[in-house]
Design a protein around this ligand. Sequence first.
Ligand code: C2E
Ligand code: CA
Ligand code: CA
Length: 416
Amino acid sequence: MFLTALREAIDAAREHGGVVGVLLLDLDRFKDVNDALGHDIGEDLLRRIGRRLRERYARHGTVARFGGDEFALIIRDLPGEREILALAEDVRRTVARPAPVGGLSLVAQASIGVCVAPEHGTDPDRLLRRADLAMYAAKDSHSGVRIYDPDDDRDTARRLILMTALRADVAAGALTVVYQPKVSPSTGRVLGAEALTRWQYEGRPVPPDEFIPLAERSGLMWPLTRHVLDTALAECASWRAGGHDMSVAVNLSPDLLADQTVAGQVQEALDRHGLPARALTLEITENGIMADPENARRTLDTLFALGVTLSIDDFGTGHSSLGRLAHLPIHEMKIDKSFIRHIVTDRNRRAVTDAALQLARALDLTVVAEGVEEQAELDYLRQHGCDAVQGYLVSRPIPAAAFRDWLAERHAPAAA
Ligand code: C2E
Ligand code: CA
Ligand code: CA
């Protein structure tokens, strides 16, 4: 009946102009009332709240109980979002008025999710789902009343759906890997390539910045990394078989540094592909290492002992203590692209890059600059002793087959 009433209200608003508000209300910690005082008292409280809502708001549209401690309101007589939100605040105060129940004076608090048609949709089911999302966001943030925000959708519904799909695709090995070269700015020689993961959901690419954190939160990071490692090492073996003395770089999520089995599995992967340890670089973000240096240390030491090249990624964005940096077992520093951007025109960013280059030289680290997009940036980096550059100027990250072609073409003149 509620959905039918909502459909009618939306149709009427469409015909005559105007908006429809949907309020979904859920009592906070109602279970505690039931548990502490018994179901009779709980039900008495619900009846009182229901009566109050009907008496005060039925004239605005429809008042319904959805079940449990959930109520919903359709508001059809207010001009806009602002008035509907003001009414939602009023609903909250009305619910919170003390209720004399079983000789006690009970106070119930409500979280209220609000959405407005047509702005948030014109389909009753969808509106209700969105009001529900807003209601949960209100509960999470203890904000009382929350209007639907598309981010709530992204954060909850989409996250759950993506997580499930990602889990299946990681298990099926359905993620792909693209490669972006690192070249010497002085000789132009291709020194290696970074392997970057790509994932599509329903035919559309999901950015790594979205699905990597998802994988981290759902325990998928090692299965994902193992797949990337295997794929990238196989690819690297084929470059080397073709006469290119190159390494491949794989990103290692800082979470994995706490896993003592990782180093052993890295060694096994190298063996599987018949590669020496120096053919592999592992990139770990500066923040990741510095977040828990003591714990990271053991795994880093083991990886270092294997002979794998360790690279500190996104350098400049974290909070490295210089003292600590000097004692970490690392070989390479990757200056974050935010500093390389406008290196030629922005004094401050250039200062960080210059300092990083000097620091790297003092600590005997190789320096890679990432995000190089312009020739002037490359020239500057070459003049200042940067060992390798990576960025759109040289090549975007591209699929394995395209990368092999790119490599063949690039080295053909030299070979001739
Ligand atoms: P990152 O490791 O810093 O990777 C470099 C990012 O910069 C890549 O973005 C790359 O496409 C982008 N990039 C390269 N050249 C340029 C340039 O000239 N200009 C600009 N503006 N950007 C450039 P992408 O592929 O979207 O990856 C984003 C991040 O996702 C990576 O940052 C990395 O932290 C993470 N990631 C990707 N694949 C993996 C993976 O397999 N494992 C883990 N742990 N993280 C991964
Ligand atoms: Ca990286
Ligand atoms: Ca980086």
